[in-house]
Design a protein around this ligand. Structure first.
Ligand code: NAD
Length: 506
């Protein structure tokens, strides 16, 4: 059974209270929950109230060692890597089914822990998490090796093998989905994993790991170590017995993983990083309401805490005012409020510190001479939560800090252009290159601009990045070494082996 029914607010509040005593809060290592070796715990807080939810085990390097040892045993004895691909697929699909069946419980947990609207967590994040694992599982027994064209008397095969133990370090904005983007392909290709959630959002992943065990994944195949980045994250990055590390997070921290690897065992490093993505609007657009709806989703969905958020609106001067009017009308259907309320579309920012950072950028924008069209101040302060409404700056120049630096909040910078060449130059004038969108009815402009944009994920007349079949990764300082999603994500968790066989003459 699939439980993606979004509860009414009173029901959600009651269910959340009932859930609290059963929350999983300890490290998940070798198929079981355990305390951190140090016995330490840290508080996980509800961003919508500023109140504690529970205490979570604070792992450290000794716990990473234990998790890696369990993952290594599971990798070496073949309990997972040598399982037939069809059997691996079956177990992973069973796990995905359980995640989907628990979508409402997991969605509630994630809403409490991350401040994300319940309508998103229950109906989008959890079904998408399950779908991601299922998609990669389905591929497990459908990917073939190759036979090279070799001379008579020889056979030459090119095969893929699991890389071994994969470390994963992920952010707090889509806690379950970001985990699935790593776990789906890494596990489907036969690796074992040690994963660290962001310390602000540990709870959904711990329950998801328990569901993996219930679905029959062997002990040691999936291990979760909760705790801070500069201890647990660094220990994963530097661990000599981890073969590959997959990181999603800020460019600043991602950079460190290259150092960790270079300084230790040259483990493979895959980085999915930040962005400052442009939404380019040409003057021939006609349905302003439809474009405004996409523009709003691009920047205000998930409170703008989205790596591919369209945080720069690069719009033709002649249609700017009409478009901004349409965005203002669209925002009437974007209520800010209690994330447990199914009507809420803008929930709470992840933490007080992050809210202050976002509001700090609002002050920077004002000081730089940009004008606020809407939003710009904290709201719902009486709740104790960290709420900032959709905020739009007009009169932005692309060299301003609010146009260059990733704010990671609901803040849109509006920048005007006159010619196509100018639009492309502005869009590409950033150290990032994760995503970009272009809106036009002119097929030539659409193709030309899509080709000229230096970004890994392009949307034409939509914000959508496509489904699980499409790779997701950034150009420039938005990514390094690989991609999430699609079959390209499989290859990166494997080693390529060439085997040259000399046949004896008959
Ligand atoms: P972050 O870089 O602060 O943290 C990411 C993870 O790294 C967390 O688990 C954190 O605990 C850990 N970490 C922190 N310091 C560390 C250190 N010194 N060594 C090792 N690990 C450390 O990012 P965040 O604030 O959690 O997430 C927001 C960032 O993630 C944004 O920049 C966003 O664009 C990016 N992001 C990118 C994608 C993508 O697919 N490209 C997706 C989601 C988020």
């Amino acid at each position: 059974m699939t439980d993606t029914l979004i509860p009414e607010i009173d029901e959600a509040r009651a269910e959340a209270e009932r859930l609290r005593p059963s929350l999983r809060t300890r490290l998940f290592i070798d198929g079981d929950f355990r305390d951190a070796a140090s016995g330490r715990r840290f508080t996980s807080e509800n961003p919508a109230t500023g109140q504690p939810i529970t205490e979570v085990a604070e792992g450290g390097p000794a716990d990473v060692d234990a998790a890696v040892a369990a993952a290594r045993r599971a990798a070496d004895d073949g309990r997972w890597s040598r399982l037939g691909p069809g059997d691996r697929k079956k177990l992973l699909i069973g796990w995905a089914d359980r995640i989907e069946a628990h979508a409402r419980e997991l969605g509630l947990i994630e809403t409490l822990d991350a401040g994300k609207p319940i309508a998103d967590t229950v109906a989008l994040d959890m079904p998408e998490t399950a779908a991601c694992i299922r998609w990669h599982a389905e591929a497990a027994d459908k990917i073939y090796g190759q036979v090279a064209p070799s001379p008579e008397g020889t056979i030459a095969t090119i095969t893929r093998e699991p890389i071994g133990v994969v470390g994963a370090v992920i952010p707090w904005n889509y806690p379950a989905q970001m985990a699935a983007w790593k776990l789906g392909p890494a596990l489907a290709t036969g690796n074992t994993v040690v994963i660290k959630p962001a310390s602000t959002t540990s709870l959904s992943l711990l329950r998801i790991a328990e569901l993996a065990s219930e679905a029959g994944l062997p002990d040691g195949v999936l291990n979760v170590v909760t705790g801070p980045g500069d201890t647990v994250g660094e220990a994963i990055g530097r661990h000599p017995d981890i073969d590959c590390v997959a990181f999603t997070g800020s460019t600043e921290v991602g950079r460190r993983f290259l150092h960790y690897s270079a300084d230790t065992n040259l483990k493979r490093v895959l980085l999915e990083l930040g962005g400052k993505s442009p939404q380019v609007i040409f003057p021939d657009v006609t349905d302003f309401a439809a474009v405004a709806a996409q523009v709003a989703i691009a920047i205000f969905w998930n409170m703008g805490e989205n790596c591919s958020a369209g945080s720069r609106l690069v719009v033709h001067r002649s249609v700017k005012d009409r478009l901004l009017e349409a965005v203002a009308a669209e925002l009437e259907s974007w209520p800010v409020g209690d994330p447990l309320d199914p009507a809420t579309r803008v929930g709470a920012l992840i933490s007080k510190g992050h809210m202050e950072r976002v509001l700090g950028y609002v002050a920077v924008g004002l000081a730089e001479g940009a004008r606020i069209v809407t939003g710009g101040s904290r709201v719902l302060e009486e709740t104790g939560g960290w709420f900032v409404p959709p905020t739009i700056f007009d009169g932005v120049r692309n060299d301003m800090r609010i146009a260059q630096e990733e704010i990671f909040g609901p803040v849109l910078s509006v920048i005007e252009f006159e010619t196509e060449a100018e639009a492309v130059a502005i869009a590409n004038d950033t150290s990032y290159g994760l995503a970009a969108t272009v809106y036009t009815h002119d097929l030539d402009v659409a193709h030309r601009v899509a080709r000229n944009l230096r970004a890994g994920v392009i949307g034409v007349n939509t914000y959508s990045e496509g489904d699980m079949t499409m790779p997701f990764g950034g150009y420039k300082q938005s990514g390094f070494g690989g991609h999430d999603k699609s079959l390209h994500a499989h290859d990166q968790y494997t080693e390529m082996k060439s085997t040259w066989i000399q046949l004896a003459e008959s």
